[in-house]
Design a protein around this ligand. Sequence first.
Ligand SMILES: [Mn+2]
Length: 335
Amino acid sequence: MERFPQKDIEIIRKWLDSKPLITIITHFNPDGDAIGSTMALKLYFEALGLTVDSIFPSPFPSYYNWVPNVSEVLIFSEKEKVNFANYFSEDRIIFCLDFNHPSRVNQLSEFLGNSKAKKILIDHHVDPSPEFDLSFSYPGTSSTCELVYDFMAKFGITPLNKNMATCLYTGLLTDTGGFQFNSTHSSTLIMAARLIEIGINPNEIYNLAFNNFSFNRLKLFGYCITNNMTIVEDKKLAYLWIDRNTKTKFDIQDGDTEGLVNYPLKVLDIEVSVLFKQDYDKIRISFRSKNDTDVNKIARQYFNGGGHVNAAGGMSKKSLKETLEYFESLIPSIF
Ligand SMILES: [Mn+2]
């Protein structure tokens, strides 16, 4: 499928002609792709002389504080909620990056849902909701960063600079798990090559994005793998859980459990991994697979979530114990 058809590019060109204010918003708990795509597009539009406000619905993990210009992002807080209405006014163009449904922006979903502004979706999650004025939804693509890169190439006018390229590479690298997932296509690697030609430092970005643990985070991973993991060998499945006490014990930050769900997959014979995290009012669930087990389908059907074939998220309003029991009851039929 041709991405960003020329007729749609011309529509956006027309919308941007009068130099409207631009809002860029991404999903809550922003990851490397959400952060990278937001910052790259912000820098690009600013290079075109436009004024851009970028918004994260919740704080970003501190280990991404090196992403170029990320300190300029407005981070939603309940206390300042009224001020955030301004960023959704009718005269704006709103770019929605790396999510497929207004509910993914949490407390800002009302503002976004009710906004009369033109809304443009650029995303790679399946089944986007229909309310966007322009929807560039390409599931199967490595990352929203790859799509933003394509958009910039089509839109043209100003070349990519090193900061934009660093932002884009961050999302490309993290959403493919270091170019390991099925979503790593030739287009993904060609893009990576172009970004290296622009002058990014892939080794440095890799270390900043992946080799950035605190000692507590490392110990937490070790603890959970040792004490809180069940292996179902005949199903090639492992699942782990983190309760609030464990979080307190290791004094971990939001985002520090990121990546733990991938560890069981390091075992040759494990093909699906699931992580249950006890939050204040719910259990957050992460699914990963390294074969064709469609965890998106499982997350959607049983755990109010979704995502991609090999990586998805869901949640449960039951207790941790009940959620685990429910999951265990499903194992014989879904795996
Ligand atoms: Mn993404």
